[in-house]
Design a protein around this ligand. Structure first.
Ligand code: SAH
Length: 433
Protein backbone atom coordinates (compact mmCIF):
# COMPACT_ATOMS: atom_id res chain seq x y z
CA UNK A 1 0.00 0.00 0.00
CA UNK A 2 1.11 3.48 -0.75
CA UNK A 3 1.91 5.44 2.38
CA UNK A 4 1.07 8.71 0.73
CA UNK A 5 -2.46 9.84 1.19
CA UNK A 6 -3.92 11.11 -2.01
CA UNK A 7 -6.19 14.01 -2.64
CA UNK A 8 -5.99 15.11 0.91
CA UNK A 9 -6.88 18.67 0.29
CA UNK A 10 -6.86 19.47 -3.38
CA UNK A 11 -8.32 22.90 -2.90
CA UNK A 12 -5.33 24.36 -1.11
CA UNK A 13 -1.97 24.89 -2.76
CA UNK A 14 0.96 23.30 -0.92
CA UNK A 15 4.63 24.07 -1.25
CA UNK A 16 7.03 21.20 -1.95
CA UNK A 17 10.78 21.05 -2.43
CA UNK A 18 12.44 19.00 -5.20
CA UNK A 19 14.54 16.16 -3.84
CA UNK A 20 16.35 15.70 -7.14
CA UNK A 21 16.48 16.92 -10.72
CA UNK A 22 13.67 16.01 -13.05
CA UNK A 23 14.27 16.64 -16.75
CA UNK A 24 10.57 16.57 -17.75
CA UNK A 25 9.56 15.76 -21.27
CA UNK A 26 10.62 12.14 -20.83
CA UNK A 27 7.05 11.08 -21.08
CA UNK A 28 4.69 10.53 -18.27
CA UNK A 29 1.87 8.51 -19.38
CA UNK A 30 -1.51 7.17 -19.06
CA UNK A 31 -4.65 9.10 -18.65
CA UNK A 32 -4.32 11.92 -16.19
CA UNK A 33 -0.67 11.35 -15.47
CA UNK A 34 0.92 13.80 -17.82
CA UNK A 35 2.53 13.30 -21.16
CA UNK A 36 6.00 14.36 -22.17
CA UNK A 37 4.87 17.76 -23.29
CA UNK A 38 2.98 18.77 -20.17
CA UNK A 39 5.61 17.72 -17.68
CA UNK A 40 7.42 20.34 -15.71
CA UNK A 41 11.22 20.19 -15.51
CA UNK A 42 12.84 21.20 -12.23
CA UNK A 43 16.11 21.02 -10.32
CA UNK A 44 17.02 19.87 -6.83
CA UNK A 45 15.94 22.41 -4.24
CA UNK A 46 13.34 24.13 -6.47
CA UNK A 47 10.19 25.09 -4.61
CA UNK A 48 7.04 23.97 -6.39
CA UNK A 49 3.45 24.82 -5.64
CA UNK A 50 1.33 21.70 -5.90
CA UNK A 51 -2.19 22.54 -7.05
CA UNK A 52 -3.69 19.08 -7.38
CA UNK A 53 -2.86 15.44 -6.83
CA UNK A 54 -4.84 13.65 -9.51
CA UNK A 55 -2.96 10.39 -8.87
CA UNK A 56 -0.51 9.07 -6.32
CA UNK A 57 2.33 9.29 -8.83
CA UNK A 58 1.72 12.48 -10.83
CA UNK A 59 0.82 15.86 -9.41
CA UNK A 60 -0.09 19.11 -11.08
CA UNK A 61 2.30 21.81 -9.95
CA UNK A 62 3.62 25.27 -10.66
CA UNK A 63 7.17 26.53 -10.86
CA UNK A 64 7.99 30.16 -11.65
CA UNK A 65 4.57 30.68 -13.19
CA UNK A 66 4.70 27.57 -15.41
CA UNK A 67 2.39 24.65 -14.64
CA UNK A 68 2.72 20.98 -15.50
CA UNK A 69 2.78 17.40 -14.24
CA UNK A 70 5.50 16.40 -11.82
CA UNK A 71 6.39 12.97 -10.37
CA UNK A 72 5.26 13.01 -6.74
CA UNK A 73 8.16 10.87 -5.55
CA UNK A 74 10.64 13.61 -6.52
CA UNK A 75 9.10 16.06 -4.08
CA UNK A 76 9.12 16.49 -0.34
CA UNK A 77 7.30 18.90 1.89
CA UNK A 78 9.10 22.06 2.82
CA UNK A 79 10.45 21.40 6.31
CA UNK A 80 9.20 24.73 7.61
CA UNK A 81 5.68 23.91 6.52
CA UNK A 82 5.76 20.29 7.40
CA UNK A 83 2.87 19.38 9.56
CA UNK A 84 2.94 16.50 11.91
CA UNK A 85 1.90 13.31 10.32
CA UNK A 86 2.15 11.91 6.86
CA UNK A 87 5.30 13.45 5.44
CA UNK A 88 7.27 13.05 8.60
CA UNK A 89 6.20 9.45 8.69
CA UNK A 90 7.63 8.94 5.22
CA UNK A 91 10.93 10.57 6.02
CA UNK A 92 11.31 8.33 9.06
CA UNK A 93 10.80 5.27 6.93
CA UNK A 94 13.76 3.45 5.50
CA UNK A 95 14.00 4.22 1.79
CA UNK A 96 15.24 0.65 1.30
CA UNK A 97 12.32 -0.83 3.25
CA UNK A 98 14.82 -3.37 4.54
CA UNK A 99 12.71 -4.52 7.42
CA UNK A 100 9.90 -5.61 5.15
CA UNK A 101 12.32 -6.90 2.51
CA UNK A 102 14.36 -9.10 4.85
CA UNK A 103 11.27 -10.20 6.79
CA UNK A 104 9.98 -11.64 3.53
CA UNK A 105 13.18 -13.60 3.02
CA UNK A 106 12.97 -14.84 6.61
CA UNK A 107 9.96 -16.96 5.66
CA UNK A 108 9.88 -20.00 3.42
CA UNK A 109 7.45 -18.75 0.80
CA UNK A 110 10.01 -17.01 -1.41
CA UNK A 111 12.68 -19.66 -0.91
CA UNK A 112 10.23 -22.36 -1.88
CA UNK A 113 9.35 -20.42 -5.00
CA UNK A 114 13.00 -19.89 -5.93
CA UNK A 115 14.14 -23.44 -5.17
CA UNK A 116 11.16 -24.85 -7.08
CA UNK A 117 12.30 -22.86 -10.09
CA UNK A 118 14.39 -25.59 -11.62
CA UNK A 119 15.86 -23.69 -14.52
CA UNK A 120 17.10 -20.96 -12.20
CA UNK A 121 18.53 -23.27 -9.55
CA UNK A 122 19.85 -25.82 -12.02
CA UNK A 123 21.74 -23.10 -13.91
CA UNK A 124 23.63 -22.19 -10.74
CA UNK A 125 24.28 -25.89 -10.09
CA UNK A 126 25.65 -26.30 -13.60
CA UNK A 127 27.85 -23.24 -13.20
CA UNK A 128 29.44 -24.79 -10.12
CA UNK A 129 29.64 -28.26 -11.67
CA UNK A 130 31.17 -27.14 -14.96
CA UNK A 131 33.75 -25.04 -13.11
CA UNK A 132 34.48 -27.48 -10.33
CA UNK A 133 38.13 -28.01 -11.28
CA UNK A 134 38.83 -24.28 -11.27
CA UNK A 135 37.01 -23.74 -8.00
CA UNK A 136 39.48 -26.00 -6.19
CA UNK A 137 41.04 -24.14 -3.24
CA UNK A 138 39.26 -20.93 -4.17
CA UNK A 139 37.58 -18.55 -1.74
CA UNK A 140 33.95 -17.89 -2.64
CA UNK A 141 31.38 -15.41 -1.38
CA UNK A 142 27.72 -16.32 -1.89
CA UNK A 143 25.98 -12.98 -1.41
CA UNK A 144 22.40 -13.38 -0.21
CA UNK A 145 22.73 -17.12 0.24
CA UNK A 146 19.13 -17.63 1.42
CA UNK A 147 18.88 -21.32 2.29
CA UNK A 148 22.51 -21.69 1.24
CA UNK A 149 21.75 -23.63 -1.90
CA UNK A 150 24.58 -22.18 -4.03
CA UNK A 151 27.10 -22.51 -1.18
CA UNK A 152 26.08 -26.14 -0.73
CA UNK A 153 26.48 -26.79 -4.46
CA UNK A 154 29.99 -25.33 -4.19
CA UNK A 155 30.89 -27.47 -1.20
CA UNK A 156 29.45 -30.66 -2.65
CA UNK A 157 30.41 -30.40 -6.30
CA UNK A 158 33.75 -28.62 -6.04
CA UNK A 159 36.51 -28.27 -3.46
CA UNK A 160 36.76 -24.58 -2.62
CA UNK A 161 38.83 -23.74 0.44
CA UNK A 162 36.06 -21.57 1.93
CA UNK A 163 32.60 -20.35 1.04
CA UNK A 164 31.34 -17.30 2.91
CA UNK A 165 27.58 -17.55 2.81
CA UNK A 166 26.21 -14.10 3.62
CA UNK A 167 22.55 -13.62 4.45
CA UNK A 168 20.85 -10.70 6.14
CA UNK A 169 17.49 -12.29 6.89
CA UNK A 170 16.72 -14.57 9.81
CA UNK A 171 16.83 -17.50 7.37
CA UNK A 172 20.56 -17.52 8.18
CA UNK A 173 19.82 -19.42 11.41
CA UNK A 174 18.35 -22.25 9.40
CA UNK A 175 21.04 -22.02 6.76
CA UNK A 176 23.60 -22.85 9.45
CA UNK A 177 21.61 -25.94 10.34
CA UNK A 178 21.34 -26.96 6.69
CA UNK A 179 25.08 -26.59 6.25
CA UNK A 180 25.66 -28.83 9.24
CA UNK A 181 22.98 -31.31 8.28
CA UNK A 182 24.68 -31.73 4.92
CA UNK A 183 28.16 -32.03 6.44
CA UNK A 184 29.49 -28.91 4.76
CA UNK A 185 30.49 -26.93 7.84
CA UNK A 186 34.21 -27.40 7.14
CA UNK A 187 33.85 -25.36 3.98
CA UNK A 188 30.79 -23.14 4.34
CA UNK A 189 30.73 -20.34 6.91
CA UNK A 190 27.36 -18.64 7.30
CA UNK A 191 27.57 -14.95 8.16
CA UNK A 192 24.36 -13.28 9.18
CA UNK A 193 24.22 -9.62 8.27
CA UNK A 194 23.99 -7.21 5.39
CA UNK A 195 26.72 -7.77 2.85
CA UNK A 196 27.53 -4.06 3.07
CA UNK A 197 28.35 -4.42 6.75
CA UNK A 198 29.95 -7.82 7.23
CA UNK A 199 33.68 -8.26 7.66
CA UNK A 200 35.58 -11.10 6.03
CA UNK A 201 39.05 -12.22 7.03
CA UNK A 202 40.21 -12.21 3.39
CA UNK A 203 39.33 -11.19 -0.15
CA UNK A 204 37.45 -13.63 -2.34
CA UNK A 205 38.23 -15.19 -5.71
CA UNK A 206 34.62 -15.62 -6.75
CA UNK A 207 31.55 -13.53 -5.91
CA UNK A 208 28.40 -15.45 -6.77
CA UNK A 209 24.89 -14.16 -6.17
CA UNK A 210 21.36 -14.59 -7.34
CA UNK A 211 20.32 -10.95 -7.18
CA UNK A 212 18.06 -10.51 -10.21
CA UNK A 213 14.58 -9.08 -9.84
CA UNK A 214 11.67 -8.41 -12.11
CA UNK A 215 12.79 -6.53 -15.19
CA UNK A 216 16.31 -7.40 -13.98
CA UNK A 217 16.76 -4.46 -11.62
CA UNK A 218 13.66 -4.28 -9.45
CA UNK A 219 14.56 -4.41 -5.73
CA UNK A 220 18.08 -3.23 -6.63
CA UNK A 221 19.85 -5.99 -4.74
CA UNK A 222 22.45 -5.53 -7.46
CA UNK A 223 23.69 -2.47 -5.58
CA UNK A 224 24.74 -4.69 -2.64
CA UNK A 225 26.58 -6.96 -5.08
CA UNK A 226 28.50 -4.05 -6.62
CA UNK A 227 29.49 -2.69 -3.21
CA UNK A 228 30.67 -6.13 -2.10
CA UNK A 229 32.58 -6.52 -5.36
CA UNK A 230 34.47 -3.30 -4.78
CA UNK A 231 35.32 -4.25 -1.26
CA UNK A 232 35.89 -7.99 -1.26
CA UNK A 233 36.63 -9.28 -4.74
CA UNK A 234 40.34 -9.66 -5.32
CA UNK A 235 41.89 -8.22 -8.46
CA UNK A 236 41.18 -10.56 -11.30
CA UNK A 237 38.44 -12.35 -9.34
CA UNK A 238 35.28 -13.71 -10.93
CA UNK A 239 31.73 -12.38 -10.84
CA UNK A 240 28.84 -14.82 -11.30
CA UNK A 241 26.72 -13.66 -13.07
CA UNK A 242 29.41 -11.94 -15.13
CA UNK A 243 27.00 -9.95 -17.30
CA UNK A 244 23.29 -9.37 -17.72
CA UNK A 245 20.95 -8.11 -20.41
CA UNK A 246 17.38 -6.84 -20.50
CA UNK A 247 15.41 -7.86 -23.58
CA UNK A 248 12.35 -6.20 -25.00
CA UNK A 249 9.79 -7.05 -27.64
CA UNK A 250 6.61 -5.36 -28.91
CA UNK A 251 3.82 -7.85 -28.39
CA UNK A 252 0.19 -8.82 -28.50
CA UNK A 253 -1.59 -9.48 -25.23
CA UNK A 254 -5.05 -10.40 -26.46
CA UNK A 255 -6.34 -12.32 -23.52
CA UNK A 256 -5.08 -9.86 -20.93
CA UNK A 257 -6.60 -7.00 -22.92
CA UNK A 258 -9.96 -8.79 -23.24
CA UNK A 259 -10.00 -9.75 -19.60
CA UNK A 260 -9.29 -6.27 -18.24
CA UNK A 261 -10.45 -3.82 -20.92
CA UNK A 262 -12.67 -5.28 -23.64
CA UNK A 263 -14.73 -6.83 -20.86
CA UNK A 264 -16.41 -3.47 -20.19
CA UNK A 265 -17.74 -3.17 -23.72
CA UNK A 266 -20.84 -5.28 -23.24
CA UNK A 267 -21.12 -7.22 -20.00
CA UNK A 268 -24.61 -8.75 -19.71
CA UNK A 269 -25.66 -6.77 -22.76
CA UNK A 270 -24.95 -3.43 -21.06
CA UNK A 271 -22.60 -0.66 -22.14
CA UNK A 272 -20.02 -0.28 -19.35
CA UNK A 273 -17.48 1.60 -21.44
CA UNK A 274 -17.44 4.63 -19.09
CA UNK A 275 -15.45 2.34 -16.78
CA UNK A 276 -12.68 1.86 -19.33
CA UNK A 277 -10.62 4.90 -18.32
CA UNK A 278 -10.73 3.56 -14.78
CA UNK A 279 -9.72 0.11 -16.00
CA UNK A 280 -6.80 1.66 -17.82
CA UNK A 281 -5.61 3.35 -14.65
CA UNK A 282 -6.17 0.34 -12.48
CA UNK A 283 -4.81 -2.42 -14.68
CA UNK A 284 -2.47 -0.83 -17.20
CA UNK A 285 -0.76 1.97 -15.26
CA UNK A 286 1.74 -0.39 -13.68
CA UNK A 287 3.49 -3.26 -15.41
CA UNK A 288 2.08 -6.74 -15.11
CA UNK A 289 4.58 -9.01 -13.41
CA UNK A 290 4.17 -12.71 -13.91
CA UNK A 291 3.18 -12.50 -17.52
CA UNK A 292 3.97 -15.49 -19.70
CA UNK A 293 4.24 -14.37 -23.27
CA UNK A 294 3.79 -16.97 -26.01
CA UNK A 295 6.50 -16.87 -28.66
CA UNK A 296 3.67 -16.22 -31.16
CA UNK A 297 2.69 -13.04 -29.36
CA UNK A 298 6.04 -11.45 -30.17
CA UNK A 299 5.43 -9.12 -33.10
CA UNK A 300 9.14 -8.80 -33.87
CA UNK A 301 12.45 -10.37 -32.96
CA UNK A 302 13.34 -9.42 -29.36
CA UNK A 303 16.31 -7.13 -28.79
CA UNK A 304 18.68 -6.65 -25.90
CA UNK A 305 18.11 -3.07 -24.83
CA UNK A 306 20.26 -2.83 -21.70
CA UNK A 307 23.54 -4.64 -21.15
CA UNK A 308 25.40 -4.73 -17.86
CA UNK A 309 28.97 -5.85 -17.35
CA UNK A 310 29.20 -6.93 -13.73
CA UNK A 311 32.90 -6.07 -13.59
CA UNK A 312 32.61 -2.47 -14.67
CA UNK A 313 29.04 -1.47 -13.73
CA UNK A 314 28.95 1.27 -11.08
CA UNK A 315 26.24 1.97 -8.51
CA UNK A 316 25.70 5.43 -10.01
CA UNK A 317 24.97 3.83 -13.42
CA UNK A 318 21.85 2.33 -11.86
CA UNK A 319 20.19 5.73 -11.43
CA UNK A 320 19.19 5.82 -15.06
CA UNK A 321 19.67 3.24 -17.76
CA UNK A 322 18.32 4.05 -21.16
CA UNK A 323 18.59 2.93 -24.71
CA UNK A 324 17.02 3.28 -28.11
CA UNK A 325 15.40 0.42 -29.95
CA UNK A 326 14.14 -0.39 -33.38
CA UNK A 327 11.99 -3.38 -34.26
CA UNK A 328 10.87 -4.58 -37.66
CA UNK A 329 7.34 -5.93 -37.31
CA UNK A 330 7.41 -9.49 -38.63
CA UNK A 331 3.74 -10.39 -38.39
CA UNK A 332 0.54 -8.41 -38.62
CA UNK A 333 -1.40 -8.19 -35.41
CA UNK A 334 -2.37 -5.94 -32.55
CA UNK A 335 0.37 -4.09 -30.74
CA UNK A 336 -0.82 -4.14 -27.12
CA UNK A 337 2.42 -3.39 -25.38
CA UNK A 338 5.98 -4.40 -24.70
CA UNK A 339 7.25 -7.41 -22.82
CA UNK A 340 10.60 -7.43 -21.04
CA UNK A 341 12.75 -10.15 -19.48
CA UNK A 342 16.39 -10.73 -18.72
CA UNK A 343 19.27 -13.08 -19.38
CA UNK A 344 22.39 -13.45 -17.24
CA UNK A 345 25.68 -15.03 -18.28
CA UNK A 346 28.27 -16.91 -16.25
CA UNK A 347 31.71 -16.91 -17.74
CA UNK A 348 33.74 -20.08 -17.53
CA UNK A 349 36.85 -20.39 -15.42
CA UNK A 350 38.02 -23.44 -17.35
CA UNK A 351 40.22 -23.04 -20.38
CA UNK A 352 37.94 -23.15 -23.41
CA UNK A 353 34.87 -23.64 -21.19
CA UNK A 354 31.54 -22.41 -22.47
CA UNK A 355 29.68 -19.46 -20.96
CA UNK A 356 26.48 -20.62 -19.28
CA UNK A 357 23.33 -18.55 -19.31
CA UNK A 358 20.00 -18.23 -17.60
CA UNK A 359 17.45 -16.92 -20.07
CA UNK A 360 14.07 -15.95 -18.62
CA UNK A 361 12.50 -15.22 -22.02
CA UNK A 362 9.63 -16.86 -23.92
CA UNK A 363 11.89 -19.25 -25.82
CA UNK A 364 13.24 -20.86 -22.66
CA UNK A 365 11.70 -22.88 -19.89
CA UNK A 366 9.56 -20.54 -17.75
CA UNK A 367 11.14 -19.31 -14.53
CA UNK A 368 9.50 -17.87 -11.42
CA UNK A 369 10.26 -14.38 -12.76
CA UNK A 370 8.16 -15.07 -15.84
CA UNK A 371 8.11 -11.89 -17.97
CA UNK A 372 7.00 -8.29 -17.39
CA UNK A 373 4.25 -6.81 -19.55
CA UNK A 374 3.86 -3.07 -20.18
CA UNK A 375 0.45 -2.33 -21.68
CA UNK A 376 -0.13 0.67 -23.95
CA UNK A 377 -3.23 2.69 -23.19
CA UNK A 378 -4.59 2.03 -26.68
CA UNK A 379 -3.82 -1.02 -28.79
CA UNK A 380 -2.58 -0.28 -32.30
CA UNK A 381 -3.01 -2.52 -35.34
CA UNK A 382 0.34 -3.15 -37.04
CA UNK A 383 1.41 -4.92 -40.22
CA UNK A 384 4.40 -6.97 -41.18
CA UNK A 385 6.98 -4.53 -42.48
CA UNK A 386 6.05 -1.69 -40.12
CA UNK A 387 8.80 -0.31 -37.94
CA UNK A 388 8.48 0.30 -34.21
CA UNK A 389 11.31 2.38 -32.85
CA UNK A 390 11.76 4.36 -29.69
CA UNK A 391 13.48 4.32 -26.37
CA UNK A 392 13.33 2.77 -22.93
CA UNK A 393 14.54 4.39 -19.72
CA UNK A 394 14.76 2.71 -16.33
CA UNK A 395 14.92 5.40 -13.68
CA UNK A 396 15.57 4.53 -10.09
CA UNK A 397 13.19 6.14 -7.63
CA UNK A 398 15.17 8.85 -5.83
CA UNK A 399 13.34 8.14 -2.58
CA UNK A 400 12.37 4.49 -2.56
CA UNK A 401 15.62 2.86 -3.50
CA UNK A 402 14.26 -0.56 -4.39
CA UNK A 403 11.79 0.95 -6.87
CA UNK A 404 12.03 2.44 -10.35
CA UNK A 405 9.98 3.72 -13.24
CA UNK A 406 10.16 2.41 -16.77
CA UNK A 407 9.46 4.96 -19.49
CA UNK A 408 8.75 3.69 -22.96
CA UNK A 409 8.58 5.95 -25.92
CA UNK A 410 7.62 4.53 -29.29
CA UNK A 411 6.79 5.51 -32.82
CA UNK A 412 5.26 3.31 -35.42
CA UNK A 413 6.05 3.84 -39.05
CA UNK A 414 3.57 2.15 -41.32
CA UNK A 415 4.85 0.24 -44.32
CA UNK A 416 1.52 0.45 -46.15
CA UNK A 417 1.60 2.29 -49.43
CA UNK A 418 -0.26 5.56 -49.67
CA UNK A 419 -0.03 6.26 -45.99
CA UNK A 420 2.26 8.47 -44.06
CA UNK A 421 0.92 6.93 -40.96
CA UNK A 422 3.16 7.73 -38.09
CA UNK A 423 2.00 7.15 -34.56
CA UNK A 424 3.87 8.11 -31.47
CA UNK A 425 3.27 7.38 -27.84
CA UNK A 426 4.93 7.53 -24.51
CA UNK A 427 4.13 6.07 -21.13
CA UNK A 428 5.81 5.87 -17.74
CA UNK A 429 5.21 2.85 -15.55
CA UNK A 430 6.00 3.01 -11.84
CA UNK A 431 7.47 -0.19 -10.53
CA UNK A 432 5.93 0.03 -7.95
CA UNK A 433 6.60 3.51 -6.65
N1 SAH B 1 20.91 -17.51 -3.02
C1 SAH B 1 19.60 -17.99 -2.63
C2 SAH B 1 18.64 -16.84 -2.30
C3 SAH B 1 18.48 -15.79 -3.40
S1 SAH B 1 17.29 -14.56 -2.99
C4 SAH B 1 19.06 -18.84 -3.73
O1 SAH B 1 19.61 -18.80 -4.83
O2 SAH B 1 18.07 -19.54 -3.53
C5 SAH B 1 18.26 -13.25 -2.40
C6 SAH B 1 18.68 -13.40 -0.94
O3 SAH B 1 19.61 -12.37 -0.68
C7 SAH B 1 17.57 -13.23 0.07
O4 SAH B 1 17.60 -14.30 0.98
C8 SAH B 1 17.88 -11.90 0.77
O5 SAH B 1 17.52 -11.89 2.14
C9 SAH B 1 19.38 -11.82 0.60
N2 SAH B 1 19.94 -10.46 0.55
C10 SAH B 1 19.53 -9.44 -0.25
N3 SAH B 1 20.29 -8.35 -0.08
C11 SAH B 1 21.22 -8.69 0.85
C12 SAH B 1 22.28 -7.98 1.45
N4 SAH B 1 22.54 -6.71 1.14
N5 SAH B 1 23.04 -8.62 2.37
C13 SAH B 1 22.77 -9.91 2.71
N6 SAH B 1 21.77 -10.62 2.18
C14 SAH B 1 21.00 -10.04 1.25
Amino acid sequence: MDTEKEDEDDASVQEYVARSDFPGGGGGGGTGTGTGTDQLAFSTGDRLLVHAKPSAEWWWAELRGVVGYVPASYLRRDAAEEEEGEEEEISLQDPWQDEEYFDNYGTLRLHLEMLSDRSRTETYRQVVLKNSASLRNKVVMDLGCGTGIISLFCAQLAKPSTVYAVEASSMADYTRQLVKQNACEEVVTVLQGRAEEIELPEQVDVLVSEWMGNCLLFEFMVESVLLARDRWLRDGGTMWPSSAALSLVPCQADSYYSEKMAFWERPYGLDFTPLQPLAQKEFFAKPKFSHLIEPNDCLAAPRDVIRMDMYTLQVRDLEEMRSEFSFGVERSGVFHGFTAWFTVHFESLEAGGATLELDTGPNSEPTHWKQTLFMLDQPVGVHAGDAISGSIALRRNPTWRRHMTVTLHWNIKSSMEDTDDYQVGTKTFPMWR
